[in-house]
Design a protein around this ligand. Structure first.
Ligand code: GLC
Length: 532
């Protein structure tokens, strides 16, 4: 695959790097861009095609980079533009593209635009943010609530008006009805594409446009899904406005004009999959990939996941490619969330992620089945997580990578205190698993290689097959079948005769299967079968 291959993101596997936790090369206890460069060999060996870096732009880090104070530079704690350029070129020489995180919904309150905007009603950037007078009784302009809890409005005493913040008060929302904001972001997008960035993951992709009249959201009813009831309102006016699609058609035009074309990936935190489908554009003219949160938040249960995948397949137009992830920096790690830290279940989940129709996103550490690390007391770094919906914080899924079993786990030289607790790497780490062909790491690498050499797995259609309870079986293309037993029992699963290409129990690779495949608890396999 070359850098000029426009469909690389369809065929490939992407890998999310939470830069602060990947590798620390300057001894300050925080990962940095040089640390990513130093581990490109690992990523090349694993076989990933692209990396998505969590925000690397300067930020006061109230929300760890998702509060941007300069959209055209690198956070000094992570490196500088020259290091990023080197990362892009070193990655390219290994066939790996670099995707950045773009945060267009809001800035930091310390961004010069907002510092100016809040200074006076006549400030140059006043109209870049959403300002309104409080209601006559002094209450906020409308009933919108912040994702992190509490009213989505903050009164600015100096001017007597309130500004909108769908997240922290330190994350004022930009006004995307303002043409100057749109032009500025088109420039920002081009700035990074000109530097060879392969695309963006767009933060809060469904949230940029707000109702122009700022109407109150309707209250939740008993019939609404749990997440809406928990918030107390249907978020139809502060999020999920149809006009947001114009922005993505515009950006898609910019992305397509580059050679090779750049890609746009949406953080579409939406639970109606028909709504998610709209972000691909009516003619495939918006985002290339959209995260599927119903899948992320589902239980690791055969019937549930099969239902979500079937609904996704039905909702998407033929040109639209699903994206699958089990872990990320917000939802935590799938080996913990889905698999209760049971290695067999984690292997099964990994096999599923890498064999569904669509683009898999691995999160750093997924390849070794890394589990969450408890983070409490003084170690807590995720401020918003303390006031957010979960109330537990997102730190446990953001802890440093376990490269080896040494003190510092190969993440840092052990001098400075790591920015988050490093946990115990003795049971699960990259170095030990590289030595063990039966490890999760080798399973991951071999599944990625199998995808690369099997057109059914890259582009074959998905079709559910009849399966016993607790088991999910599907066909990809003409001659590949996948079966995962997501239950505690041993099951005989009817399949077409064939051969196990890769099983989660590696001793079964190459085994011939006649009519049934017997799967142990939390065991899965990819089979080459007679063409349908
Ligand atoms: C996205 C990010 C999350 C952040 C939020 C606000 O959901 O993934 O980490 O807190 O946006 O920017």
């Amino acid at each position: 695959m070359t850098n000029g291959d426009a469909a690389w993101w369809r065929d490939g596997v992407l890998y999310q790097i939470y830069v602060r936790s990947f590798a620390d090369t300057d001894g300050d206890g925080s990962g940095d861009l040089q640390g990513v460069i130093d581990h490109l060999d690992h990523l090349e060996w694993l076989g990933v095609d692209g990396i998505w870096l969590s925000p690397i732009t300067p930020s006061p880090d109230r929300d760890w980079g998702y509060d941007v104070s300069d959209y055209r530079d690198v956070h000094p704690e992570l490196g500088d533009l020259a290091t990023l350029d080197r990362l892009v070129s070193e990655a390219a020489s290994r066939g790996i593209r670099v995707i950045l995180d773009l945060v267009p919904n809001h800035t930091s309150d310390l961004h010069p635009w907002f510092v100016d905007a809040r200074s006076s009603v006549n400030a140059e950037h006043r109209g870049w943010y959403v300002w309104r007078d409080p209601r006559p009784d002094g209450s906020p302009p409308n009933n919108w609530v912040s994702v992190f809890g509490g009213p989505a409005w903050e009164l600015e005493e100096r001017t007597g008006q309130s500004y909108l913040h769908n997240f922290l008060t330190e994350q004022p929302d930009l006004d995307w009805w303002n043409e100057d904001v749109r032009r500025e972001f088109e420039d920002i997008v081009r700035f990074w594409f000109d530097r060879g960035i392969a695309g963006f993951r767009i933060d809060v992709a469904n949230g940029l446009i707000k109702d122009r009249a700022l109407r109150d959201n309707a209250p939740a009813t008993q019939d609404d899904p749990e997440d809406i009831r928990r918030r107390g309102q249907r978020q139809v006016y502060n999020l999920n406005r149809p006009e947001v699609h114009e922005i993505y058609r515009d950006w898609r035009g910019i992305a397509d004009a580059f050679d090779p074309p750049r890609i746009l990936v949406g953080e579409t935190w939406i639970f109606d999959l028909r709504e998610v489908a709209r972000f691909y554009g009516a003619t495939g003219d918006e985002l290339h990939l959209c995260f599927n949160f119903p899948f992320v938040f589902a239980d690791l249960d055969a019937e549930t996941l099969r239902g979500i995948v079937e609904t996704t397949e039905d909702a998407l137009e033929p040109f639209a490619q699903p994206a699958w992830a089990g872990s990320n920096h917000d939802v935590g790690r799938f080996p913990t969330r889905w698999c209760a830290d049971r290695p067999a279940a984690a292997r099964c989940a990994l096999l599923m992620l890498l064999t569904l129709r669509g683009t898999p996103f691995l999160y750093y550490g997924d390849e070794i089945g890394m589990v969450e690390v408890p983070v409490t007391g003084d170690d807590v770094r995720d401020g918003p997580g303390q006031i957010g919906e979960a109330q537990t914080g997102r730190d446990p899924g953001r802890t440093p990578m376990h490269w080896n079993a040494e003190p510092g786990t190969g993440f840092t030289d052990g001098g400075a205190r790591p920015w988050l607790p490093i946990g115990d790497a003795r049971a699960i780490n990259v170095a030990d698993q590289r030595e063990d062909p039966g490890s999760m790491l080798h399973l991951c690498r071999d599944l990625i290689a199998l995808r690369r050499e099997t057109s059914d797995l890259r582009s074959g259609a998905y079709a559910s097959l009849p399966s016993p309870p607790g088991v999910w079986t599907w066909r990809r293309g003409s001659s590949t079948t996948v079966a995962v037993n997501l239950s505690d029992g041993r099951v005989a699963v009817p399949v077409d005769p064939g051969t196990i290409a890769i099983g989660t129990d590696r001793s079964r690779d190459g085994e011939t299967v006649d009519a049934d495949i017997n799967l142990g608890p939390w065991e899965g396999a990819v089979l080459r079968v007679a063409p349908a």
